[in-house]
Design a protein around this ligand. Structure first.
Ligand code: SF4
Length: 434
């Protein structure tokens, strides 16, 4: 019998890239591969790269170079992901030791490259591989690509137009994850609120997907990331307000709040419509946790534009807020902008002002919860620490937001508990399990 081949994976970048690596592994495992626990023992090493911004590109290249240098005899190196999709020729020329180049995930491509049979010729159904460090949680990618044309973003050029999966297929995947013991799923896409809307033949959207997941699974926490303000409607908000299994959590990257910058960014909303929407969200779901992301230093951003953004942030007191400094990305409309560039020092100052303000908001919010009872999920045992476990409330997405540190009580990883908040910091709640 031929020796079973093993594969080790390094996935870089976002959760969408993690799901791509999971899909590649599922296909290989259906063809008798096994997962290796360390790269030295593996016959193949798969590096799933990120090409989003400059530091991510550099990290990906470093990881590839390291692996080529350290690889064991006869080991094959496969490079996949956004970076290899974006610069296929340049990379293949620079990194000649790589054995297989894949680009972003395309079903069956890895099998063809390795000379294995087509996915349909395999007699084993692919098992759903979950690479999450916390196996009670899994990401489900509901669509690939993006139909929007945000001026700063390279993603549509890398991943193409949006292609949504069918609700049926997503439900089957969720059911399989549920059988594996998954307690929380996080739905992801470049723009989850656009899910299904590119299809003319079927009437599927995020609302109908969530309804189907609620009906056909019993997964306790269902969370969705990356909303775009344009398609957040009453139906969707009312569903979130009424269904306890839908996490009362909205991640809606607004990028900016000044009309002129929103226009230059080609974002399809205004300060007024955004204000109305944010107010509506708060009215319909009073206990919702709101996360957003903003981009400062976009070409042409004046001091007044920045003040408008700051006032918006102050007005809405978001639960979680991430900020980035604009960097010109190759092939994007903003790269050719004729507007006055913002100096690096100004952009840094603006980002610091936002970050410092948000630290205060987060601290006040968390401190106001001292003495309250909260439902938490336990994510992991706290090793070498005064705490027993780390976990989260439904107001926090895994790997992204604040954590709960359990100082007292016994618990099992992947289970839910009622806990009392006894102390707080800007990014943590200290709790006792009740
Ligand atoms: S919606 Fe997101 S992924 Fe799509 S173009 Fe805009 S920023 Fe990029």
């Amino acid at each position: 019998m031929p020796k079973q081949k093993s594969i080790y994976t390094v996935h870089l970048g976002c959760s969408k890239n993690q799901v791509d690596a999971e899909n590649i592994l599922s296909e290989l495992i259906a063809h008798d591969f096994k997962l290796a626990v360390n790269p030295n023992e593996a016959d193949f090493v798969l590096i799933n790269t990120c090409g989003f911004i400059e530091p991510a590109k550099e990290e990906s290249i470093d990881v590839i170079l390291n692996q080529l240098e350290q690889r064991s005899e006869n080991q094959k190196v496969i490079v996949a992901g956004c970076l290899s999709e974006r610069y296929p020729k340049e990379l293949a020329q620079e990194l000649q030791g790589v054995d297989y180049w894949l680009g972003t995930y395309k079903p069956g491509e890895i099998l063809k490259k390795l000379g294995l049979s087509s996915p349909h010729a395999c007699d084993k159904l692919p098992e759903r591989i979950n690479l999450s460090e916390h196996p009670h949680h899994a990401y489900i990618k509901i669509a690939e690509g993006c139909n929007r044309k945000c001026a700063f973003c390279a993603i549509p050029g890398i991943r193409g137009k949006q292609v949504s999966r069918s609700i049926n297929e997503i439900v089957l995947e969720a059911q399989e994850l549920e059988k594996q013991g998954v307690q929380e799923i996080t739905l992801i896409a470049q723009d989850t609120t656009f899910f299904g809307r590119e299809k003319t033949s079927v009437n599927e959207n995020l609302y109908s997907l969530l309804k189907a997941l609620l009906k056909h699974t019993t997964i306790p926490w269902i969370r969705t990331l990356y909303w775009y303000p344009e398609f957040v409607d009453d139906e969707l908000l009312d569903l979130m307000a009424s269904e306890t299994r839908l996490c009362k959590y909205i991640d809606m990257p607004i990028q900016h709040a000044s009309d002129s910058i929103l226009k230059s960014m080609s974002r399809r909303y205004s300060q007024k419509s955004l204000t109305t929407l944010m107010q509506k969200i708060k009215d319909k779901i009073p206990n919702v946790a709101l996360r957003s992301t903003v981009l400062v230093g976009f070409p042409g951003e004046t001091h007044e534009d920045f003040e408008t953004l700051m006032s918006f942030i102050e007005n809405f007191q978001l639960d979680h807020l991430g900020g980035f400094i604009y960097s010109p990305e190759e092939g994007t409309p903003a790269e050719k902008s004729q507007e006055t560039p913002v100096s690096e020092s100004d952009a840094r100052l603006r980002l610091s002002a936002i970050t410092e303000y948000q630290e205060e908001v987060s601290l006040n919010r968390n401190e106001s919860m001292i003495g309250q009872k909260v439902k938490i999920i336990i994510d992991e045992v706290a090793e070498e620490s005064e705490y027993h476990f780390y976990g989260r409330t439904e107001a926090s997405a895994i790997d992204i937001d604040d954590i709960v540190k359990v100082i007292e009580g016994d618990a099992e990883v992947g289970s839910f508990y009622e806990a009392l908040v006894v102390d707080a910091g800007p990014h943590e709640l200290i709790c006792k399990i009740l």
